[in-house]
Structures are given as structure tokens and as C-alpha cells.
Write a protein that binds this ligand. Structure first.
Ligand code: HEC
Length: 149
């Protein structure tokens, strides 16, 4: 019965994913990305024009190579809501920067930097991004042009 086999397959898949949820602190950065980010940003970071989710590859480095951009990143809603601690977040951002950003650029995030950035308030993150993007464009740097112009 192919139908039954398919159901069993899903059950096994879910069971094998359970430990990932149960032991978030032991996840690799890639596992954290898959669990906490890929649902919106997709496995390849391409996001979705229809969903208003910006692509990360080729654009992430613009933010990671700028102190204000690093502050912005730590206040993006999906990152704020990720429930990752400072060390896990530093690890995840460095992993993503290696993959889709500019690993030759600014030094890696440390847990201490992540803590400082998280503790620095950003009143209106949308407005903040608009200001950043305006400056980046003037400086000839690339950002994804949606969801906010
Ligand atoms: C519920 C969907 C969702 C999840 C989950 C999510 N994001 Fe996002 N992300 C968005 C959307 C939508 C935006 C555009 C800004 C906004 O509306 O928050 C965004 C913006 C970003 C940006 C800024 C890109 C830019 O050009 O400004 C980065 C970087 C990012 N997300 C990384 C992450 C990471 C890392 C995670 C996982 C820890 C994550 N996101 C989880 C939906 C999500």
C-alpha cells in the first residue's frame, strides 16, 4: 500500500526531527537555519517576492560590513523572534555570512557583540533599514530591493 508507506515515511521524518527541537542548544548553525529561518527564507536563502521576503545571497554582506547594518540585522523580526542565545546567533550569522555574505569583510560576530547590539534599541526597524539602504545605494552597495524600497 503506497499510501500507508508514505504516511509512515512522514512519521519517521517527524520523529527524526524531534531531537532537533528538543536540543536547540546543540544544533549546528545550519540546523538552526533550517528550523528557524528556512520556512520563510527558503533553503537557498532566496526568499519570496510574493511573500515580501528579501533574498539573502549576495546582499547579506552589505549589512555585515557596516556597523549600522550589523545593528539592523540584530533587530530584524525573524532574528529577534528566533529565541537563539547570543552565542548561537553569532554562530548562525557567521555561518550565513560565509555562505551568502562577505566572509572576507568585517570580523566575525562574537557573542559579546551580539549582546551589545541586541541591547542597543532600534525604535523603528523599517525606518532604520530605509535610511541604511539610502546610504548604501549612494555608496554603490547592493541591497535587496524588497519588501521596502
Ligand atoms: C516568519 C517569516 C520569517 C522568519 C521565520 C525569518 N525571517 Fe528573516 N525576514 C522575513 C521578512 C518578511 C523580512 C523582511 C523584513 C521584515 O518584514 O521583517 C526578513 C528580513 C531578514 C533579513 C534582512 C534582509 C534585508 O534585506 O533587509 C535578514 C538578514 C533575515 N531576515 C534573516 C533571518 C534569519 C537569520 C532568520 C532565522 C533566525 C529569519 N530571518 C527568520 C521573514 C522571516
Amino acid at each position: 500500500m503506497p499510501g500507508k508507506q508514505r504516511r509512515t515515511g512522514w512519521g519517521v521524518l517527524l520523529l527524526s526531527l524531534l531531537p532537533l527541537f528538543a536540543q536547540a542548544e546543540k544544533n549546528t548553525p545550519w540546523q538552526n537555519y533550517v528550523l528557524r529561518c528556512s520556512g520563510c527564507h527558503d533553503m537557498d536563502g532566496s526568499g519570496s517576492v510574493a511573500g515580501g521576503i528579501p533574498p539573502l545571497p549576495g546582499f547579506l554582506g552589505t549589512f555585515t560590513n557596516d556597523p549600522a547594518g550589523r545593528l539592523y540585522l540584530m533587530h530584524v523580526p525573524g532574528i529577534v523572534a528566533s529565541s537563539l542565545d547570543n552565542a548561537q546567533l553569532a554562530e548562525l550569522m557567521n555561518f550565513l555570512n560565509e555562505k551568502w555574505g562577505d566572509p572576507q569583510g568585517y570580523p566575525a560576530f562574537t557573542p559579546q557583540e551580539v549582546k551589545t547590539l541586541r541591547d542597543t534599541p532600534v525604535a523603528d526597524v523599517v525606518k532604520y533599514r530605509r535610511q541604511l539602504v539610502k546610504r548604501y545605494l549612494k555608496e554603490g552597495m547592493k541591497t535587496a530591493d524588497y519588501p521596502w524600497p
